[in-house]
Ligand binder design. Structure first.
Ligand code: FAD
Length: 320
């Protein structure tokens, strides 16, 4: 029976290390109630596999290590996922750019329905997922024998490393199929000493009110650095060229749930809230006391960000 088969979790990693979203997706995978195997697919990815093997509740790690899997192009990785899926009751992956590209192919090739952006596992076949930019939660029951799920990792706590037990075994799996279609041309990755937005514990985010790229640099970034935080931005700030695209938080940006989210000069449009309202503590600074951001904020300061941020920085420096 499909339900008794183990769950296959597809790891997000960069070959050298495991992305923290994998440990969050693992929490969701374990909630399905079956043993969880983690697939690490890439080139020279043993280090990521070893990190996955240490996570609590991982029964086995499958390592598919081959040049064909460098950059995790959708076609070869989907072919591998389909070949492996025979042995699994569910295939689960975090909702990241890589897996958003691969998982629909796996679902289509298996001829099953994908359930995207799962935020809660209600039962092994029943899941909650946001719709209308998070304004409504849809509960869906997947009746397919095999489940294909992508996980909104911000909604799940990370599984920690197992203590007192040896790591899960790592089994090498043979490449399956050589599906072509796309080829890797190149990538430009913004280098930053700051934490990655989706993994950061603290995010300092600026909106249109920041007014310029120079102000982001002079006002927002120093506060983030004082807190060891990542920098985020509203779409209005990104569209105006004040902040790069990969800083955008929201419905069409990144979905984050840090311990602390500081929103500076952000009105709190629903599309922005869709990306950050699950943050544990939200602090908002806005000149307008009617701004919708205050409805989700745990702490609100009605004031000018250009006065409040330097004052905050001074207090942080004193506390250090
Ligand atoms: P504004 O709404 O202009 O708000 C600026 C705020 O700053 C105001 O509340 C103002 O009171 C305050 N302010 C002004 N001066 C100061 C000051 N000196 N100090 C303190 N406060 C001050 N938006 C996103 O953010 N992310 C998304 O992913 C996203 N996706 C979208 C998808 C779709 C399909 C659509 C239609 C829209 C999307 N948007 C998204 C846009 C969204 O609707 C808002 O337009 C946007 O979030 C507004 O950005 P903002 O809050 O920075 O700007």
């Amino acid at each position: 029976m499909a339900d008794s088969l183990p769950t296959l979790l597809l790891a997000e990693h960069d070959d050298a290390s495991l992305n923290p979203v994998t440990a969050r997706a693992l929490t969701a995978a374990k909630a399905l109630g079956a043993p969880v195997h983690v697939l690490v697919v890439g080139e020279n990815a043993r280090a990521a596999a070893e990190a996955a093997a240490k996570l609590d509740g991982v029964a086995e790690v499958l390592l598919a290590d081959a040049p064909a899997y460098a950059h995790r192009l959708a076609e070869p990785v989907a072919a591998l996922g389909v070949a492996l899926a025979k042995e699994y009751g569910a295939v689960v992956a975090p909702s990241t750019a890589v897996w958003k590209s691969v998982m629909p192919r796996i679902a289509a090739l298996l001829d099953v329905m994908q359930v995207s952006d799962v935020i809660a596992v209600v039962a092994p076949d029943t899941f909650d997922r946001p719709i209308y930019a998070g304004n409504a939660i849809q509960r869906v029951r997947a009746t397919d024998g095999k489940k294909v799920l992508t996980i909104r990792t911000a909604s799940f706590a990370a599984t920690g490393e197992a203590t007192g037990v040896s790591s899960a075994p790592i089994r090498a799996v043979e490449p399956a199929g050589t599906a072509a279609g796309s080829s890797f041309v190149g990538e430009e990755i913004a280098a930053s000493a700051r934490p990655e937005l989706t993994a950061a514990r603290i995010i300092v985010s600026g909106g249109r009110a920041v007014g310029s790229a120079e102000n982001f640099h002079a006002v927002i970034e120093p506060l983030a650095d004082a807190l060891g935080a990542a920098v985020g931005a509203s779409r209005a700030a990104v569209d105006a060229g004040y902040a790069p695209n990969d800083w955008q938080v929201g419905q069409t940006g990144k979905v984050v749930a840090p311990d602390l989210y500081i929103a500076l000069g952000i009105s709190g449009a629903i599309q922005h809230l869709a990306g950050m309202k699950d943050s544990k503590v939200i602090v908002a600074v806005n000149k307008d006391e009617e701004a919708p951001i205050f409805q989700v904020a745990d702490f609100g300061i009605v004031g000018d960000l250009f006065e409040v941020v330097p004052a905050l920085k001074t207090e942080i420096a004193k506390a250090k």
